[in-house]
Design a protein around this ligand. Structure first.
Ligand SMILES: Cc1cc2nc3c(=O)[nH]c(=O)nc-3n(C[C@H](O)[C@H](O)[C@H](O)COP(=O)(O)OP(=O)(O)OC[C@H]3O[C@@H](n4cnc5c(N)ncnc54)[C@H](O)[C@@H]3O)c2cc1C
Length: 547
């Protein structure tokens, strides 16, 4: 426990107070702490929440984690399977094939596998390296008030050694973020309602460590798949590397709890072993890490920012994990909120920019909530006739597509700080391998990240006005000329990725945001200047940042 940093001071004693030290709150704390902000992270438990939940994240999260130096390709705590993702009927015939094998346009593999408690512990360790991030563990936030200049949280001690303590204290912050999970106190205190899709399914989650090469032992079975058997819908996927470096990997089985089954009985270890026996998994050859039933739900908060407060992660949205996107959505929230709060606290942009956090992120998360629910409606069929009809339709569709795997979709942000009428704006930007600064690597690692204006074989610095270049510099941004080897460009488009991307839409320039989303594309210097002003206008740029 760190010294009591709270008290009764009337001026805000911290820039941002974040309620909830889960992956989302901790990641946001790091993003702000890295930029020198004073952050207070309040977590009710003294230790990281040990229950495995998320096991997979997508390419965008790999790109985001790389900002912290976590390389999903080489990190021993992260794995991938160079394989497609299969949905099969009870007879093991293919219903659907999803492309989880490719490298995505954003530069990283489509899917990675990991263990959520390990990631949380690691993020907490990174946060601890910043003296300007104070982690208050063992305190629960119980109330929130705000005025025009600050927001105040009341905290109550929850530490195990003092379970009866009712001692409270308060903390006053310039901004408060509720990353406090599904039952968010912050959301409730702000009077924010949820749009609930009325979706509830209970699933048993079994986290296992087979002490043998499980995938190799199951000849002909994929590493990652759904068994759409109406008798017991089941998910069989990796669980990331095991707890011992180089040792056996984790595996995850998820079983739908059928109507009439008891949750208590389902999660008993003896039931786990009964369910796992057909897979050759027994107490003799496998360690049971955890057996627990979770209720899957689908809902989102109607507002994600109010006054000096905002919501992120499960506090703002919940989705069934069939698409493996819940934590991903939360980390995207943190990334989107991080650059905005940093710019507000730096005095570069007005606090109104938080409205675009809500409008952009809510629509994006809704896409994944709806998608996850659709997947669930296919998987969670326990009626044999309905399942037979589903199987017939899906097989016909798959055959009509000549068994081509479905690519992962591109999802656009909701309306906000980007120009809707330029191609690719509002989408995650393409990322290629470049040569720059003596390195050959992905663009983000070789050149950097933040606001970027890229020019294909054209120097954006000569296209933007001096005032615009001043604004870009004030936001910590860069103008980058990218082109083929031999051209007079600072950055070499080593594999022609940028030429293909921008030529494909007839654009010469692209304006990128710190969260890697495209703010605008432009064909000519004149259009670039116009689009640049449009985006800056949407950011509520402050006069001080104009010089
Ligand atoms: C079975 C299952 C499988 C999943 N699989 C995936 C997957 O494969 N991929 C994926 O992307 N997502 C997955 N998810 C979703 C993912 O686990 C969550 O979206 C993610 O944990 C949300 O992170 P968070 O930080 O927003 O919230 P949480 O992880 O819930 O953290 C919130 C934190 O806030 C603390 N807190 C709450 N209230 C207070 C308070 N008043 N004061 C102080 N502290 C407080 C809590 O103790 C907690 O530590 C899965 C979820 C489940 C249940």
């Amino acid at each position: 426990m760190q010294p009591d940093p709270t008290g009764t001071a009337q001026t805000p004693e911290t820039d941002v107070a974040i309620v909830g030290g889960g992956p989302v709150g901790t990641f946001l704390a790091i993003l702000l702490g890295k930029q020198g902000k004073n952050v207070t992270l309040i977590e009710r438990w003294t230790e990281s929440y040990g229950r495995p939940r998320a096991v997979t994240y997508d390419h965008e999260i790999a790109r985001i984690l790389a900002v912290l130096g976590i390389d999903s390709e080489t990190d021993p705590a992260i794995s991938y399977h160079d394989e497609l993702y299969y949905w099969k009927d009870a007879n093991r015939e293919n219903l659907q094939i999803v492309d989880w094998q490719s490298t995505s346009a954003s530069g990283w593999r489509v899917r990675y596998w990991f263990n959520q408690p390990e990631l949380e512990t690691r993020l907490s360790g990174i946060a601890n390296q910043y003296p300007n991030i104070t982690q208050i563990r063992g305190y629960e936030a119980t109330a929130l008030t705000q005025d025009a200049d600050s927001a105040t949280l009341t905290l109550r001690r929850t530490e195990a050694e003092d379970p009866t303590s009712t001692a409270t204290r308060s903390i006053r912050a310039k901004f408060v973020v509720g990353a406090d999970g599904a039952n968010s106190m912050v959301r409730q205190s702000l009077g924010i309602t949820n749009e609930d899709k009325g979706y509830f399914f209970d699933w048993l989650i079994l986290d296992m460590i087979p002490q043998f090469d499980y995938v190799a032992s199951r000849k002909g079975e994929p590493a990652q798949w759904q068994l759409c058997d109406p008798k017991r819908p089941t998910t069989i996927v990796p669980g990331g590397p095991g707890p011992v470096p180089g040792g056996p990997a984790r595996r995850r089985w998820e079983y739908m709890v059928l109507p009439g089954e008891s949750v208590e009985e389902m999660q008993k270890p003896e039931n786990a072993w009964k369910l796992l026996a057909p897979w050759g998994v027994t107490p003799e050859n496998t360690v049971l890490e955890r057996s627990a039933v979770y209720r899957f739900q689908a809902r989102w908060a109607n507002e994600w920012n109010k006054g000096r407060c905002a919501l992120a992660g499960d506090a703002a949205h919940l989705m069934p994990p069939f698409a493996g996107e819940g934590m991903c959505a939360g980390l995207r929230d943190a990334f989107a909120l991080g650059w905005r709060l940093n710019a507000i606290l730096d005095g570069k942009v007005g606090a109104d920019v938080l409205h675009s956090y809500t409008s952009e992120r809510k629509e994006h998360a809704k896409h994944y909530i709806n998608f996850s629910q659709e997947l669930g409606s296919i998987i969670c069929i326990s009626d044999p006739e309905a399942a037979a009809e589903r199987d017939r339709m899906m097989k016909a569709d798959l055959a009509a597509r000549n068994f081509t795997p479905v690519p992962t979709d591109i999802c656009q942000l909701g309306p906000g700080a980007w120009c809707a009428d330029t191609p690719h704006a509002g989408e995650l930007s393409v990322q290629g391998v470049v040569e720059a600064n003596g390195k050959r690597d992905r663009f983000d690692q070789a050149v950097g990240f933040g606001w970027m204006v890229l020019g294909l074989n054209a120097d954006p610095a000569t296209a933007l006005t001096p005032e615009q270049l001043g604004q870009l510099a004030a936001l910590g941004g860069h103008a980058v000329n990218i082109g083929p080897k031999g051209a007079a460009c600072a950055v070499v488009d080593a594999e022609g990725t940028y030429a293909k991307w921008l030529n494909g839409i007839g654009a010469t320039y692209v304006l990128l945001r710190p969260d890697f989303y495209v703010a605008a594309t432009a064909a000519t210097p004149e259009e670039l200047r116009r689009r640049f002003d449009e985006v800056m206008g949407r950011l509520h740029i402050k006069a001080a940042a104009q010089a």
